[in-house]
Ligand binder design. Structure first.
Ligand SMILES: [Ca+2]
Ligand SMILES: [Ca+2]
Ligand SMILES: [Ca+2]
Ligand SMILES: [Ca+2]
Length: 363
């Protein structure tokens, strides 16, 4: 047979569709496929087909193997987890015990991971223990701020609630403050801390959210300004009828009038006649409420205030050795008075003028 002179055809360059899942390699007289990983060449070497890895020792999988085009996957029964080698399966308790398993410390890698809580690393994951004011998410992987204002709209009592991360702030109404160790707004005791403007003669009375001033007894006013009450002028005193009332700032005093003894609220008459037997010489002392008066003997007259007796005329003996009765006479100036005395055993009646000119005589 005659051999014709032939030229090789490069099939790979003629068609792009050869060797799907592989690479076309031209050889003399034909072509062959070099297959991708997970594929194997057909017996004629002109195509690539998937390798079913699961048929070869179960693909190395511990439990389940599922083949796919160009690959395969291992999976585990329920309650077991696929280990990082993508083949082995282990129960949760084994994960915890398995020191060979590389463990990532999320807490150290990301210190902010539990923002608002304490991060606890456990093999394969982490948990957040949340601080007060935060609550853990369902998966316990984050901490969420508690909105105290929404949770309890009355939490500040007498103020506005403002939620903050991890806590809340009470903006109290006037007259209230947040007392240490309490949550809501508490009344300020303005009286106790001296934050009031009551008059110095007023009592401070604390009330919720404010305070009141009240003038003390003996003072009049609105509490911010108190003026003395004049008990004597307004007749609001309890002085005895026989006492004088003396007004004082915030009060008053009572003083028994002359002739009375006592504390002013109770006054009793002084018995001057008993206290001093020398009163009313030439007369009789008569006690009277608040004083005394003299009832004078014949020939004596009471002084203007009736507290003593004075002789109407000087006694008869000093007058020229005469004795007898004397009568009072009214004379013209400059002699204001005169006595006319009679000596009964010596008629006729002599007349002696006292206080007038010595030479002057009547009759
Ligand atoms: Ca909060
Ligand atoms: Ca108050
Ligand atoms: Ca007074
Ligand atoms: Ca008296």
């Amino acid at each position: 047979m005659m051999m014709k002179n032939c030229m090789d055809i490069n099939e790979c360059s003629l068609s792009d569709n050869l060797c799907r899942n592989g690479r076309c390699v031209n050889v003399i007289g034909t072509y062959q496929c070099s297959c991708d990983s997970g594929f194997q060449a057909t017996p004629d070497r002109q195509g690539c087909v998937d390798i079913d890895e699961c048929t070869i020792t179960n693909g190395g999988c511990d439990t389940h193997c599922s083949n796919s085009e160009g690959s395969y996957e291992c999976s585990c029964s329920e309650g077991y987890a696929l280990m990082p080698d993508k083949r082995s399966c282990a129960g949760q308790w084994m994960i915890l015990l398995c020191t060979a398993t590389p463990n990532i410390d999320e807490c150290e890698d990301n210190p902010e991971i539990c923002d608002g809580g304490q991060c606890t690393n456990i093999p394969g994951e982490y948990r957040c223990l949340c601080f007060d004011g935060f609550m853990a998410s369902l998966d316990m992987k984050t901490c969420i701020d508690v909105n105290e204002c929404d949770l309890n709209p009355n939490i500040c009592l007498h103020g506005e609630c403002e939620n903050t991360k991890g806590s809340f702030i009470c903006h109290c109404q006037l007259g209230y403050f947040v007392k240490k160790g309490t949550t809501g707004c508490t009344d300020i005791d303005e009286c106790e801390i001296g934050a009031h403007n009551c008059d110095m003669h007023a009592s401070c009375i604390n009330v919720p959210g404010s305070f009141k001033c009240k003038c003390r007894s003996g003072w009049l006013g609105d509490g911010l300004k108190c003026n003395d009450l004049d008990e004597c002028a307004t007749e609001e005193h309890k002085c005895n009828l026989n006492a004088n009332c003396v007004n004082t700032p915030g009060s008053y005093r009572c003083a028994c009038r002359d002739g009375f003894n006592g504390d002013g609220f109770s006054c009793s008459d002084v018995d001057e006649c008993a206290d001093n037997v020398n009163l009313c010489e030439n007369g009789q002392c008569l006690n009277a409420p608040g004083g005394y008066r003299c009832e004078c003997e014949m020939g004596f007259n009471p002084t203007e205030d009736s507290k003593a007796c004075q002789g109407e005329c000087p006694g008869p003996e000093p007058l020229l050795g005469l004795s007898g009765l004397c009568w009072h006479l009214l004379l013209h100036e400059p002699a204001p008075s005169a006595c006319w005395c009679q000596a009964p055993e010596v008629p006729p009646l002599p007349l002696v003028v006292v206080g007038a000119q010595p030479s002057e005589s009547l009759g």
